[in-house]
Design a protein around this ligand. Sequence first.
Ligand code: SF4
Ligand code: FES
Length: 239
Amino acid sequence: MSETVQLTIDDRQVSVPSGTTILDAAQEAGIDIPVLCYFAHTTANGLCRLCVIEIEGERGLQAACVSPVRQGIVVHTRSSNVDRARRTILEMLASTVDLSESPELHTMLKTYQAKPERFEGGEKRQVPMMDDNPVYIRDYEKCVLCWRCVQVCAEDAQYNYAINFAGRGFNTSITTFLDKPMPQTTCVFCGQCVGVCPTGALKSKREYLFEQGVAPEEIFAVTRAQGKGKHSQRGPRLD
Ligand code: SF4
Ligand code: FES
């Protein structure tokens, strides 16, 4: 039987089994901590740092999604240091990435009174939209590099390894091996990556065409033709 750990989160006494993360302990106590890279069905990696919290008597902020609870710690999820860190991360994201299809991030920007204009003039992520298969489009101007798509394509779900990170720093991107078009990769078009993407960077092709005002019958004709045509050396059949 696992040991029970007692801690305090925002003045609430919480008892949870050892090994529980601070994020899960907070959720159990009804305290909301914002997340972006964290997803319940993928391995937490602590990449985005939006979930940071402050532990009394400790230096620096910890990512709640990867920090296990410890006996007796006192956690603050909305201290001024925490709010400032979250606000700055949100401002930097909003000033470089197109968040127009990320309603949760818009809510967070309001909650933390973020002012992306503080970074006005900063470089924007600018990459052409990729439309190389009949199932989904990739619009990496909207990508926040949360890594969820890479994780579900690999050990967290599909074991296909069609995509991964490439580059460093600001030039980091999600891509295929040798940047090949998707139909020439190991992708089986399961759609799991589209399902976990929080920003609309990955989107169903049919949804995308519908948003562009293409008539439903034409959408089916276009995607079926692509499914049978030159885009589908390994692609799915949509008939
Ligand atoms: S494409 Fe979507 S799921 Fe993949 S890293 Fe970018 S934002 Fe995350
Ligand atoms: S949600 Fe914890 S680091 Fe991203």
